[in-house]
Every structure is written in C-alpha cells, then in structure tokens.
Ligand binder design. Structure first.
Ligand code: CDP
Ligand code: CDP
Length: 207
C-alpha cells in the first residue's frame, strides 16, 4: 500500500522530529510544509507581495539559511492566514503527498485540508512552556539572541493566529491521534507513533 502520514500541531511540538523518524522507519519521503510558508514569509520581508512570493517560490528560496528565525516564523504565520497564499501552495503539497513511494507531511492543515485521505494522522502537541523551552534551546544554540519569555510570547501569538484564522485553521482532524509529548523523550514519542502506524496499517518499520 502507498502510505501517507499527516502530522499537525502547534509550534515546536516536535512535528519535524517525529516526521523525519517516521519517514526513515517506513521508507517514506518527508515534506516540512512549514518551510514553504517560512520561505514565502521570508520573501515578503524583502518587499515581495505575499501572493507573488507564494506563486514564484523557487527551490533556492526553500534553502535560504535564515528561515528558522523568529522574524521569519512571524512573517510565515501572517502570510499563512491569507486564503490566496494557501491556495497557491496546495497543488505542490498534494502532488508531494501522492508520490508513489508514500510520504510524511507535517504542518498545520495536513490531516484536515492537504491530505484528508491520509492513512494515519497525528496531532502532536506539548504544553506552551515545554515547547518554548525546546525552541529557546534551539535558537540559543544556533546563536540567536533570544529570551525564554520572548520565545514563549512569540509561540503563543503564532499559535493564536494559526488557530483563529478562517482559512485552514490549525486543528486536529477528527480521525487524528493526539500525542502529547510534554513529558516524553523523542525516542518514546517515535516508538509510540511507529506502534500506532503498524496497528492502523499493518506496515512494519524497516529499521
Ligand atoms: O517541527 P516542530 O516545530 O513541531 O518541532 P521540532 O523542530 O521537531 O522540535 C523542536 C525541538 O524540540 C527540537 O530541538 C527537538 O529535538 C525537541 N524535541 C524534544 O525535545 N522532545 C520531543 N519529544 C520532540 C522534540
Ligand atoms: O516549526 P514551527 O512549528 O515553529 O513552525 P512551522 O511548521 O515551520 O510553520 C511556520 C508557520 O507556517 C506556522 O506558524 C503557520 O502559520 C504556517 N503553516 C501553515 O499555516 N500551514 C502549514 N501546513 C504549515 C505551516
């Protein structure tokens, strides 16, 4: 069977970490859809209008080295609220999800809008405090001048905007399994998710 796994959840919940691990375990391609919105938001900071930024996004834009900054995260969430921007990015994501070898996609609307037919859906979450600590550590370790309070405030603001927007708001799909990773190490989250994928689909991990 061609397996599609949809992973959604709020900022810094561990979506990317889990997606990469599942992609490796089941031999699937992985698409971090947040990167597409970050690259679009990044271009608007240079003055490109949002729709034009989304419509003319190039592979090089997705490889820019400053996509993980707090400013770009905020710009991503602002452009992500625009229905025309989301519409311009749908085809690419759906085509990726349908590739023959199967795929894992992570973002905010994968289980609800991009891949409602995905065989397995996870909504990964963790407390605000835990998520802020995780993102703070990442940003600090990559040389950014940040404070834990500043990161917490940014995450809350972004989550609020992502859940409140009318276009494809962040929410668990009806058939998503909610994984609260607050007190869990990465290995434990990955093991539980692999178990659930096998239980639901019969697919066995290769690794
Ligand atoms: O993709 P998303 O923004 O949801 O999160 P991530 O980039 O996968 O994870 C954010 C940070 O939390 C990374 O540094 C992970 O190593 C860490 N993490 C963790 O400490 N415990 C987990 N269960 C999951 C992720
Ligand atoms: O890694 P983190 O969870 O902090 O953010 P991300 O997944 O890179 O996403 C950045 C922003 O893009 C989010 O705050 C959303 O506003 C937007 N996004 C979205 O609207 N839909 C998606 N499928 C993925 C990201």
């Amino acid at each position: 069977m061609r397996l599609t796994i949809a992973i959604d959840g709020p900022a810094a919940a561990g979506k990317g970490t889990l997606s990469r691990a599942l992609a490796e375990a089941f031999g699937l391609a992985h698409l971090d859809t947040g990167l597409i919105y970050r690259a679009t938001g990044r271009r608007t900071l240079d003055g490109t209008p949002p729709l034009e930024a989304a419509q003319t996004l190039s592979a090089a834009d997705l490889e820019a080295d400053d996509l993980r900054t707090p400013d770009v995260a905020r710009a991503a969430s602002v452009v992500a609220a625009l229905p025309e921007v989301r519409a311009a990015l749908v085809d690419f994501q759906r085509a990726f999800a349908r590739r023959s070898g199967g795929a894992v996609l992570d973002g905010r609307d994968i289980g609800t809008v991009i891949c409602p037919e995905a065989e397995v859906k996870f909504f990964v979450t963790a407390s605000d405090q835990v998520r802020a600590e995780r993102r703070f550590a990442e940003l600090r370790d990559s040389g950014h001048e940040v404070t834990l309070d500043g990161v917490l405030k940014d995450l809350r603001e972004r989550d609020a905007r992502d859940s409140a927007r009318a276009a494809a708001p962040m929410m668990p799909a009806e058939d998503a399994v909610v994984l609260d990773t607050s007190g869990l190490a990465i290995d434990a989250v990955v093991a539980e998710a692999i178990r659930l994928v096998t239980e639901k689909t019969g697919c066995q991990p290769a690794t």
